[in-house]
Ligand binder design. Structure first.
Ligand code: ATP
Ligand code: MG
Length: 391
């Protein structure tokens, strides 16, 4: 058995975004002290943690302070430089480990890892140089060209139909390392969150069905309305094989496509809690953040249970701008929270970000209800009030 780090100790997190903020909330609820490392003085997690080290991820003094204060360390952001995680991991229990995070930081490595675990992913080719660009097989077009590193929320991606498009897109991305994926015919998208302890114990949440708009998650529904039990089990098995083979400790999310022919294809994974798992805070008896705390402290894992069907809506900065009416430019406004909060089963989560920007994740909202139909009906009313598209 791994030693249990009891409440009263201090837990550290690399990164101060909303995922770090919700981790801090979960850790504090259980009686832990928290410390966040993030250079931004107004970071969502830094605002609520007991200690905020305002330093860059590679700042030696910042990392030293984090280690000195923390009994164990986790990350809320997969693009924390692997070197920083290696340094931390050499001195403190670090979960997930630097090697596992490094695999998730690189789309090509990630796909190689899926293949090793016998998990199907989109047909693809790595394009790192002009020769590889030339040699791309025609069946990958039309496709999506993605940078191998640092992409999120649809950034660093270009849809390409022809070889000429592809060459132009690769040049526009700066000739960096990329992966061209065949554009697949999606029926719908799902994701699964698993947690693995240092002792190898594995638990999972039910699958969530996700709707993206402009490459950004917009709506998550649980239970997944279109998923069969057989497909659900295959996705869970696949995610558990991936976690197992990485020797993973922590919370891991794997995103899948369900194709129009019914097959299941892995898209990508995140070595941390995931936006599609935010519903677990309000709809499950243990949240993804509770499990992050448990995996890093060596606490026992118990299987989480969904107690209410749920619909999660992401709240992007766009909501803070009134749509332009004839001849007028857009103006700033506050969404009508009072009307939203008048609806039953609405849980509002705002991340404390001072400046709304279009496409910026400002918060989310989860609707829970006694039935999936009711949750969906209330979520559609919320969407109408806020001016979001129906789903
Ligand atoms: P995030 O990290 O926010 O999930 P990302 O920028 O890493 O996003 P992806 O998950 O690779 O982006 O893609 C974003 C969305 O684009 C997917 O959820 C899916 O809707 C669509 N998409 C990506 N790849 C493909 C593909 N090969 N075929 C069809 N659609 C795709
Ligand atoms: Mg994605």
């Amino acid at each position: 058995m791994t030693a249990f780090i009891a409440p009263g100790a201090t837990l550290g997190v690399m990164g101060g975004g909303q995922l770090g903020r919700m981790f801090v909330h979960a850790a504090q609820q259980m009686g832990y002290f928290t410390v966040v490392l993030d250079a931004d003085p107004a970071s969502p997690a830094g605002l609520v943690a007991h200690h905020h080290i305002k330093a860059d991820y590679l700042d030696e003094q910042g990392l030293a302070q984090l280690m000195q204060r923390s009994a164990a360390i986790t990350t809320e952001f997969e693009n924390v430089p692997a070197a920083a995680l290696m340094t931390l991991g050499a001195h403190r229990p670090m979960s997930p480990g630097a090697e596992a995070v490094a695999v998730c930081q690189d789309r090509a490595d990630e796909k190689r890892h899926f293949a090793r675990c016998d998990v199907a992913c989109a047909p693809h080719a790595v394009i790192d140089n002009a020769a590889q660009l030339e040699a791309v097989p025609g069946h990958l077009l039309p496709g999506i060209l993605k940078t191998t590193r640092l992409g999120y929320d649809g950034k660093g991606q270009v849809r390409v139909a022809t070889r000429a498009d592809l060459a132009a897109a690769w040049a526009a991305l700066g000739g960096v390392s990329t992966v061209l994926e065949q554009q697949l015919q999606l029926a719908f998208e799902v994701s699964v969150i698993v947690a693995r302890s240092a002792d190898g114990q594995l638990v999972h949440f039910p699958l969530q069905q996700n709707l993206h708009r402009d490459g950004i998650l917009a709506v998550t529904q649980v239970p997944a309305p279109d998923l069969t039990l057989a497909l659900q089990q295959r996705a869970i098995d696949a995610a558990e094989r991936v976690a197992e083979s990485l020797g993973y400790v922590g919370v891991l999310c794997v995103e899948f496509f369900v194709l129009q022919d019914g097959s299941l294809v892995a898209n990508e994974m995140a070595p941390r809690p995931h936006n599609s798992g935010h519903y677990t805070v309000d709809a499950c008896d243990l949240s993804q953040f509770d499990l992050q705390v448990r995996t890093m402290t060596g606490a026992p894992l118990v299987a989480p249970r969904l107690h209410s069907p749920a619909v999660m809506l992401n709240l992007l900065g766009d909501l803070w701008f009134a749509p332009a009416s004839s001849g007028q430019s857009t103006s700033a406004r506050e969404p009508d929270w009072a009307r939203v909060l008048a609806l039953p089963g609405v849980h509002l989560h705002l991340y404390g970000k001072a400046t709304p920007r279009r496409a910026r994740k400002m918060g989310h909202l989860t609707v829970t209800a006694a039935s999936a139909a009711e949750a969906r009906s209330v979520a559609l009313q919320v969407a109408t009030v806020l001016g979001l598209s129906a789903f």
